[in-house]
Design a binder for this molecule. Structure first.
Ligand SMILES: C[S@@+](CC[C@H](N)C(=O)[O-])C[C@H]1O[C@@H](n2cnc3c(N)ncnc32)[C@H](O)[C@@H]1O
Length: 230
């Protein structure tokens, strides 16, 4: 991982990994995500064959492990910027019940070279998903995510980008919990913040040809957003 350039991610203690939130949200997410993972969402409800999906910022692989078990026909490519997470996910991939998780790749979203390496190693991808990253990384991560997603999804049938996490709506926090969370994020790193869907994310997506196709209200005021090129 490149960690010595000014805006590169420098890993801190992975406090987000405790508390079981990934175990909770994976169960809530799968019914909404699985039609996109399988391609059924854009194919008259019929799952498509040979789908391959890239996960950005997979953490310790809690969600990808579950999604892979629930959608055996889909192949998953987990990625991370942190070595500790990559090591953990090597085991997750080896233990996958349906053998449908590829060995994890290093992907710092800020690195164009990492995106290229991923695409060359295991692309093309039919979909991309990222859970709980935008608020806990610098703004340039969001820019790079949408830039590369826009490129990688070109020409993919039923291609999608799914982004899950905390968002502001029209400049407002979704609740007091999010307002306090945002203060805590900024205390940890002044560049981190809960991003605003309307004024920040939608314009960034549209810059790269991506449109908001679905927006689901989830537990804890989180949103699942689905973006497509058409
Ligand atoms: C809150 S954790 C979420 C992990 C997992 N997706 C989940 O929902 O449990 C945030 C993740 O974003 C990753 N991250 C932060 N900045 C990143 C970057 N520039 N490139 C790739 N991953 C990054 C961290 O390594 C961490 O795994």
């Amino acid at each position: 991982m490149v960690a010595d350039e000014s805006n590169m991610y420098i890993p801190g203690p992975n406090s987000w990994a405790s508390g079981g939130s990934a175990d909770r949200n994976k169960v809530e997410l799968i019914p909404l995500l699985s039609p996109w993972l399988t391609g059924a969402a854009m194919n008259n409800g019929i799952p498509m064959e040979s789908r391959k999906v890239l996960e950005v910022a997979s953490g310790f692989g809690t969600q990808v492990s579950y999604f892979a078990e629930q959608t055996p026909s889909v192949t998953f490519q987990p990625t991370e910027a942190q070595d500790e997470c990559i090591e953990a996910m090597k085991v997750v991939a080896e233990l996958a019940k349906h053998r449908n998780i590829l060995p994890p790749l290093e992907l710092n979203v800020l690195s164009d070279q990492d995106w290229l390496n991923c695409a060359e190693t295991s692309g093309p991808y039919d979909g991309i998903f990222v859970l709980n990253m935008l608020h806990i990384s610098v703004w340039e991560s969001t820019e790079k995510l949408f830039l590369h997603a826009g490129k990688l999804l070109q020409g993919r049938s039923a291609g999608f980008l799914a982004v899950y996490g905390a968002f502001k709506r029209d400049g407002e926090f979704s609740g007091e919990g999010d307002r306090l969370f945002d203060i805590d994020l900024k205390r940890r790193d002044s560049r981190w913040a809960i991003r605003d869907l309307e004024s920040e994310i939608i314009p960034e997506a549209e810059k790269n040809g991506l449109k908001l196709k679905e927006c689901h209200q989830m537990s804890f005021n989180n949103l699942l957003t689905i973006w497509t090129l058409s």
